[in-house]
Write a protein that binds this ligand. Structure first.
Ligand code: SAH
Length: 329
């Protein structure tokens, strides 16, 4: 719901300030219509239903993968496409993958979103409406900003959305912001007051030359500076930084590269590596095989760097990491 518009409408009608809170609490608990909001006067419910859509996003398509992963394609009121994903895990965890922008202005060579046209930053309401879409289906408890866009380029709106996610069931300690290493944003997260939201860094290479090739943003914010910013965040926030490392066959998956990666991820207990099997896109890369991934992981853990392999979800509906592009866009 466009929450700013809600405030305006309520003020125009001379409604007491607590009405906005009441509407939000219903939405956060999964209400799918104004009719359900029984503590609002009937006349107000009718007026709102006539003037303000329950969501700022229109659902264009939905897809359900064999593993239970569900993807929704939305468009904003001005026609921008965005996607969000619900991942259902066997242990009961329900994790949302949220978009912060329509498209992405960065041009990482392996990522499908980077190939679509950049639209604009999403508002806090548009970010929350992705979560509310899934909350109307079932309870949710985790969120990752790993959908479309670079969240640290839209940090005000991302943080405004994070402030309200606890009402939806998702606490800051269960929320992760993933970044390409946009240093000004990392610094803001280090310094800001308020609860700690988890931080993930998309690293993908152990040296500047390769990283710049894969991620042009590395020319602007080189590896050593990005890692320093992450160390400062980790020290201030007393949390590990999750390092995302995409496994690309013959590109960044050699033994020496694992050794080099372990050497730069110091001091110990600052970083935790998540190795990501590559999901096919239209890019020229191929994903590393299972053996290469396991060997890379072993080389890291032997050197005291904790590493896990990401469980890939939703591949058959193009909902896996890096596959969130809207073909038509
Ligand atoms: N811009 C932020 C948020 C998006 S996160 C960031 O890059 O961190 C998206 C994650 O999916 C990143 O770790 C990205 O590197 C990864 N990814 C991109 N393309 C992928 C692909 N084809 N297969 C698997 N992971 C991919």
């Amino acid at each position: 719901m466009d929450l700013d518009r809600l405030d305006t409408l309520l003020a125009e009608r001379g409604e007491p300030a607590f009405r906005a809170r009441q509407v939000w609490e219903w939405l956060a608990r999964g209400a799918a219509s104004y009719e359900e909001m029984t503590n609002l006067p009937a006349a107000l419910r009718e007026a709102l239903a006539a003037e303000l859509a329950l969501s700022s996003l229109a659902v264009e398509a939905e897809a359900l993968a064999r593993d239970g992963t569900e993807k929704a394609l939305f468009h904003t009121a001005d026609g921008r496409p965005i996607e969000a994903v619900l991942m259902r895990y066997r242990d009961g965890r329900r994790s949302l993958c949220l978009s912060s922008q329509s498209g992405c202005p960065l041009t990482c060579t392996f990522c499908a979103t980077g190939t679509m046209r950049f639209g604009r930053n999403l508002t806090a309401s548009e970010i929350l409406d992705q979560a509310l879409h899934f909350r109307r289906k079932e309870a949710v408890d985790h969120a990752v900003f790993m959908g479309m866009g670079e969240p640290l380029l839209n940090l005000d709106n991302v943080l405004a959305a994070c402030d309200r996610l606890p009402d939806v069931g998702i606490h800051p300690s269960s929320t992760t912001i993933s970044t390409v290493g946009w240093i000004p944003g990392i610094e803001r997260l280090t310094q800001r007051d308020g609860p700690t939201i988890r931080l993930a860094l998309s690293l993908h290479a152990p040296d500047d030359a390769l990283r710049s090739e894969l991620m042009p943003v590395n020319d602007r914010y080189p590896l050593a500076d990005v890692l320093d910013a992450c160390r400062a965040w980790s020290a201030a926030r007393r949390r590990k930084v999750y390092v995302e490392y995409l496994m690309l066959a013959g590109v960044n998956d050699r033994y020496e590269q694992a050794v080099q990666l372990a050497a730069i991820l110091t001091p110990q207990n600052t970083f935790k590596v998540n190795l990501i099997p590559y999901n096919p896109t239209d890019s020229p890369y191929e994903g590393s095989g299972r053996d290469a991934i396991d060997a890379f992981r072993a080389a890291l853990t032997e050197r005291g760097v904790p590493a896990t392999v990401r469980l890939t979800r939703g591949r058959d509906i193009d909902a896996a990491c890096g596959q969130l592009a809207v073909k038509a866009a």
